[in-house]
Design a protein around this ligand. Sequence first.
Ligand SMILES: [Zn+2]
Length: 508
Amino acid sequence: MDRRSLVLVTVDCLRRDRVGFRGYSQPLTPFVESLAKESIVFSDAIVAGAPTYFSFPAIMASRYPLGLGREVLGIAPGEATIATTLQEAGYETAAFIAANPYLSARFGYDQGFRQFSDFLDSRLSDATVNWVPPAWAAWTRLNRRLERATRRTKITAAVYDELYFRYCQWRSSRGDCSMDQLRRYPAADIVVNAACAWLNELSGRPFFLWIHLMDPHHPYYPPQEALQSLGISHITPRRARFLNSFWNREDVSSRRLQRYRKEVMELYDAGIHWVDRQLSRLVDVLKVHQRWSETVFVVTADHGEEFLEHGNRYHSPSGLTEQLIRVPLLVRASDVSTFGIVQEPFSLLHLAPTLLESLGVDAPLSFRGLGMWKDISAGSSANRPAIVECLDACNNPMSVSDRMAPRLMAVRDGDYKLVLRFGASGEDLYNLKVDPEESLPLPANIAAKERVRLLQCARDHLQNSREHRDAGLALRARLREIRQRIDLKSSPLGASRDESAVEIGEHG
Ligand SMILES: [Zn+2]
């Protein structure tokens, strides 16, 4: 066999500090840790945007998320990606995506994949099952009137919110439930099983397999087995439901949320542990089929997750904190001469061209990132600042007003980080060496040289984005979206499909 194969595993919401090779005290990822010993580990991998919809254009198409303008979501029709490139090079291609609507065919992520399984149909049928009967509809109307009345004062609003939360908890606690019933996404074992079935049928051709796992994504309902394995089986499904509901509340103070932070993080950790176990199984299957030695195996994430470190939960792009933008990245290949750790910042914009280079396949001209495989595998790497961009607090990119939000950008090198909010004047500069928690921006008169250097990077980036914008691709993407909106309106299932995207829009 001449050419090597590629397995790309992306894990939603996986923080850099949770993976074993980053030294996290809990043994969450023993398998990935063992893999790190024969891999190149990027200790400072930075996403090009967050959350999912602002991160994946760089991972798949080596393009900044706003590179085609704020109107474009996902991959544009006809846009070259790592998948289309490898398919054209004769690779078998398949993707198994754990029901993240933003990575569906609707947003162009199926391009280049001969088999594309997004597991979204099961979500649709769930939406139909969760239909509200007419008797409840009357209660809902009454409840809304009651809520409006209590909003007149702060105290009555707080009392209403508390009582309503407790009522919902009481109602949902009647009857048994399991973690499997509560989970919103297919767990890693289901997705990996589907990928293994595909591998079992594979011919001898080189292949590209992309697996996207959602286990660490909220609501956090890990398999019971993962909790047991970590020794935290005291969290029952009922408790997990309470924790998720409470953690999701907008009406309580950070102090009250802090009370449950440890348990919520335990649920999150168990999801990561489950992913690790399933990746071990996947590699076993590759070994059985004698494909392991020729496979480049990559594990990374689209963004991290926040647990109140800066007052936020989940992964809203309302600040490009280190918890959000730093992700694990490990590339395992059998013929690398120097295994080790790349300490310099590595933007995921460079991932697709670097992987193509490792396979000996030319990257498309449209890729904005650089192929760095030769340098990195020979033990040298350049120190280039990483750019991260998104729209400020755009939690639902299906909403026009969210998509009109001002740009939020970070320029990040090894020591310094500049955060630019285009909706407000000024910028925040952090010295990460002395302030890794980003607790206090530097005063404007400190580190002027670094500030100017990073501002210059930001300016160059904006200029390059303008110069390289492909108006034809942007137009095709806009047309796709308009057609889909028309189709959705005329389809009986359209509303629920649209809502499912909007629902996840808050999370991505
Ligand atoms: Zn995501």
